[in-house]
Design a protein around this ligand. Structure first.
Ligand code: MG
Ligand code: ZN
Length: 217
């Protein structure tokens, strides 16, 4: 009984996600859902991405947060359109929340939509939002054992961004072992090693994002 209720919630979500995708496709907007644990640097990556691509793409952001508007306020300083979703305690975004946020954005004037999901590695994976791409962000101080603990997110994403690589000399994080482990679970995944602090690796990441948008036409 319980299982079938969960399944129907998920399929209702998928239905709305599909409609979101149709809307975004209509406008030719490339949409990236960014997932990570709290503190990995989702907002910092978004800020860096805006700086790197703002002269080539028209960018907007949807900020998902459990309660505060701190991250949305940060992004708004970049003078790009931002829609804030407060989930009211819920630990992931759902398609219907994104639908409402789309209503606040100037869709006809956008090329790229970055969605910052709620900081959580478990349920965001289950809830499609209408995105083209799923990206997982992790940071080296969190350790290199996340693929063992949260395999489903590593299987589901198109790219893994390893953040805070400027801290590699100070913490235990075996990048090669980590990559090998993730590739064993998801052979097509792309990797990016970045530091949102120093800007290292951001160009490669931004180039990939730009390419994804160009592929969409
Ligand atoms: Mg954030
Ligand atoms: Zn959740």
């Amino acid at each position: 009984m319980k299982v079938s209720i969960v399944e129907s919630i998920l399929s209702a979500n998928d239905e709305i996600a599909l409609q979101n995708k149709e809307i975004l496709d209509q406008y030719g907007i490339c949409t990236i859902n960014i997932m990570a644990a709290p503190g990995s640097g989702k907002t910092s990556l978004i800020l860096r991405t805006i700086d790197a691509l703002r002269h080539r793409l028209r960018i907007a952001v949807i900020e998902g947060d459990v309660a505060s508007t701190v991250d949305a306020d940060h992004v708004a300083t970049k003078e790009v359109p931002v829609a804030q979703i407060n989930t009211g305690g819920q630990c992931h975004l759902e398609a219907q929340m994104v639908r409402r946020a789309l209503g606040e954005l100037p869709l006809a004037d956008l090329d790229l939509l970055l969605i910052e999901n709620v900081g959580n590695l478990i349920c965001p994976v289950e809830f499609k939002l209408g995105e083209d791409l799923n990206v997982m962000l992790t940071s080296v101080p969190e350790g290199d054992d996340k693929p063992y603990k949260y395999p489903s997110i590593f299987v589901a994403v198109d790219a893994v961004v390893i953040n805070k690589i400027d801290l590699l000399p100070y913490v235990r994080f075996d990048v090669d072992a980590f990559r090998k482990l993730v590739l064993g679970m998801n052979p097509d995944v792309k990797f990016f090693e970045v530091s949102c602090e120093t800007g290292q690796g951001i160009d490669d990441w931004a180039e990939w994002v730009l390419h994804q948008r160009e592929r969409k036409g």
